[in-house]
Design a protein around this ligand. Structure first.
Ligand SMILES: Nc1ncnc2c1ncn2[C@@H]1O[C@H](COP(=O)(O)OP(=O)(O)OP(=O)(O)O)[C@@H](O)[C@H]1O
Ligand SMILES: [Mg+2]
Length: 411
């Protein structure tokens, strides 16, 4: 791997950092390297210990770099956490040309106008996502460029985050020796690789159950309708088990992964685990049904909150392409059936929807969904790295080519 353009996604999660390096090869997205490292420097999606996080970023990066022998200089980094907010904002401008033909520059200008949400000193706008345009009062226009009009309006979703949280993510990347080519609200990147064009068109919700957060993105008619982050994740289930069984956290995590089930009704009353099998310092037994009851209570809380969000936007039970689950928490047995019952929607565990080659087996593990999504985001937006030896003028042309190749795949 010497002269190919590649993109790198960096996901700084509440339990682990993951890195995905990818490129385009023979018309496919080729996954070149993956790396993962446990991280104790992030709580509820927010960096709370820069030093710990930098160590985890460096370890994950080294693992991915070793796999493909390509030194990484810049990354597309994800950001999450409950400080992220999505608001609807409207931009309005007068069309600049005398003949009233709307240009690409007008479209960019009106989107920029929507970015100017009331000044919030401690927040930074991450994305301004246009939903629909209005030209001289005619609503529901997807692309106004080339149309005639005098007054151009746009409704957008503005996604912003806390300035301090954003700065801390930047600090971690730069202290690990990385430049940031783009910072992306993580669930948007995850949806690039987990939701097909059709699922986004028909109506679907992607739910990422992480360790410290559960984030969701709702799509309809190809557009982002709603998104958000709850500060509860699968790590809370581990804590609940530790409290319920009075065991240490490490044992609670093992029990969750090995014996955890989302609904207690399916478990035999008599099924018991001998705790000393996993930890010699522990004594006694635990009922598998009781563990499932603990898990069910927390999952109910999470998915009722999501149902409330869907109710607020009038989509409760109304997304025909249903629920797609990802994130490490989605690996819990019985999860899809439970979510289906609570949200009253078809539910499946997500798998990458793009044609992928390379070290793809690992990509079926949802732990890599976000870093892979960020990598794809980088290629789509032209945020690719090029080995230093390559002449700089080639870059623009190459990036353009990569973007064109990817247009075929990207949802
Ligand atoms: N087989 C499994 N069964 C149940 N839970 C699992 C399984 N494997 C991993 N998990 C849980 O998934 C969580 C980690 O998921 P993930 O890696 O997506 O989180 P993260 O990205 O670090 O966190 P966040 O997105 O909240 O910042 C942990 O709480 C872990 O216990
Ligand atoms: Mg995550």
């Amino acid at each position: 791997m010497s002269k190919k353009l590649f993109s790198v996604g960096l996901d700084i999660g509440s339990s682990k950092v993951s890195v995905c390096i990818g490129t385009v090869s023979d018309g496919n997205i080729d996954i070149l390297g993956l790396g993962k490292a446990t991280c104790n420097g992030v709580r509820k999606g927010v960096v709370v210990d820069v030093e710990e996080t930098v160590t985890a970023v460096s370890t994950a990066l080294e693992e991915a770099e070793r796999m493909c022998d390509c030194p990484v200089e810049s990354v597309v980094v994800g950001i999450g956490g409950p400080h992220i907010e999505s608001t609807i904002s409207r931009g309005v401008i007068a069309v600049s040309k005398n003949d009233g033909e709307i240009s690409e520059a007008d479209a960019m200008r009106v989107i920029e106008a929507a970015r100017a949400v009331p000044n919030q000193p401690n927040r930074e706008v991450l994305h301004v996502i246009p939903k629909t345009f209005t030209v001289d009062g005619q609503v529901g226009i997807a692309d106004p460029v080339g149309m005639s009009g005098i007054r151009l309006e746009v409704d957008t979703n503005v996604i912003s985050g806390s300035l301090a949280a954003i700065k801390n993510v930047s600090r971690c990347a730069s202290q690990a020796g990385l430049a940031i080519s783009d910072m992306v609200f993580s669930p948007l990147a995850t949806s690039k690789i987990m939701l097909s064009k059709q699922q986004k068109e028909i109506g679907s919700i992607l739910i990422d159950i992480g360790a410290g957060t559960t984030s969701y993105t709702v799509f309809e008619e190809g557009e982002l309708v709603h998104c958000g982050v709850l500060s509860i994740g699968s790590g809370h289930i581990t804590n609940d088990i530790a409290i319920g069984l009075r065991t240490n956290i490490n044992l609670a995590e093992i029990i969750k992964i090995k014996y955890g089930y989302a609904s207690p009704e399916k478990i035999d009353d008599k099924e018991e685990i001998d705790l000393s099998t996993f930890d010699k310092s522990e004594t006694g037994t635990a009922s598998v049904k009781y563990i499932a009851e603990i898990i069910e209570a927390r999952l109910n809380e999470i998915f009722i909150l999501i149902r409330d969000q869907l109710r607020e936007i009038n989509r409760e039970g109304m997304l025909p392409a249903g629920v797609i689950l990802t994130g490490g928490g989605a690996k819990l047995e019985g999860m899809a059936e439970m979510v289906k019952d609570i949200l009253r929607l078809p539910t499946q565990i997500g798998k990458p929807i793009l044609p992928l080659t390379g070290v793809v087996d690992n990509l079926n593990d949802p732990v890599y969904a976000t870093s892979a999504g960020l990598m794809v985001w980088g290629i789509e937006s032209g945020n690719v790295s090029v080995p230093k030896k390559m002449a700089v003028p080639e870059l623009g042309g190459m990036v353009g080519k990569v973007r064109n190749i990817f247009k075929k795949f990207l949802p």
